[in-house]
Ligand binder design. Structure first.
Ligand SMILES: NC(=O)c1ccc[n+]([C@@H]2O[C@H](COP(=O)([O-])OP(=O)(O)OC[C@H]3O[C@@H](n4cnc5c(N)ncnc54)[C@H](O)[C@@H]3O)[C@@H](O)[C@H]2O)c1
Length: 254
């Protein structure tokens, strides 16, 4: 039996995960399905999305994968509608999708900037606005926006990403005010450097590991499950009076 918490309030709850096919999002889908939630997830990555849905078919509720590019807001809204149709009103939103692509300042075109903001920030607002309608109808809900410690660390090499991630924290605080009267909570989950397959493949060098060792207080690898465990708490009724906050899971780096 798992030594980690189970949340009765998550059983049969409809949870939407953006970018749920791989990385932290894939772990979110697994962990929420394991809690007995009805999980819908949206991703542009077709093969991994289908494979994950197949893997979890035997869950209390088989998760629903919807393929969509969420930089296209109409497609995002259609995908959310498909999840609602299958599972009923969405009362947990995990705004997880992003792309931490590196780019040189001198090569950055206005079009590149807009696309980077679209994948790292814009969809979070439109997904939140869309599911807030369900949450109002259901008497409340929880929205978790995914931030990043990168901009706090003054990380260079990807200003469109870091700027977007800084803005996520502002988005959280303003939506928390507007949605608060409807018992809709909005928080930012701020991961440190998480050892996903993609990070290990693309960015984690020996130098990076040394940087982690210097930065983190805890000398263990930060894994997707550590982020998912905080997301479970923020989605569950156990965090009922937490809103407009940043919840940092970074091994003590910042
Ligand atoms: N991994 C880390 O070290 C780290 C650190 C800080 C913050 N975060 C944040 O945590 C979240 C998850 O991170 P991750 O490392 O798992 O990210 P990732 O890049 O590995 O995965 C993101 C998912 O979003 C999907 N996606 C990308 N563009 C899309 C689009 N246009 N439409 C639909 N889906 C799309 C991808 O296919 C992927 O499944 C992100 O918000 C990220 O900014 C991650």
């Amino acid at each position: 039996m798992s030594r980690f918490a189970r949340y009765p309030s998550l059983v049969d709850r409809t949870v939407l995960v953006t970018g749920g096919a791989t990385g932290i999002g894939g772990t979110l889908v697994r962990e929420f399905a394991e809690q007995g939630a009805k999980v819908g997830f949206i991703d542009i990555a077709l093969a991994p999305g289908l494979a994950l849905a197949r893997e979890l078919e035997g869950s209390r509720h088989a998760p629903l994968f919807v393929e969509a590019d969420l930089t296209d807001i109409a497609a995002l809204e259609q995908a959310i509608a498909a999840v609602r149709e299958r599972f009923g009103p969405v009362t947990v939103l995990l705004n997880n999708a992003a792309n931490d692509q590196r780019h040189k300042i001198e090569d950055t075109t206005p079009d590149y900037w807009d696309k980077a903001v679209a994948v790292n920030l814009k969809h979070q607002f439109f997904a939140a606005r869309n599911v807030a309608v369900d949450m109002k109808q259901e008497g409340g809900g929880s929205i978790v926006n995914f931030g990043s410690i990168s901009w706090k660390l003054k990380q260079g090499g990807m200003p469109a990403y870091t700027t977007s991630k800084a803005a996520v924290q502002g988005l959280t605080r303003s939506l928390a005010r507007d949605f608060g009267p409807f018992n809709i909570r909005v928080n930012t989950l701020v991961p440190g450097w998480v050892m996903t397959e993609k990070q290990l493949r693309l960015w984690v060098t020996d130098e990076g590991r040394a940087e982690i060792a210097r930065g983190q207080c805890l000398q263990q690898a930060l894994m997707p499950r550590h982020i998912a465990h905080m997301a479970l708490f923020l989605a569950a009724d156990d965090s009922a009076m937490c809103t407009a906050q940043d919840f940092v899971v970074d091994g003590g780096w910042t």
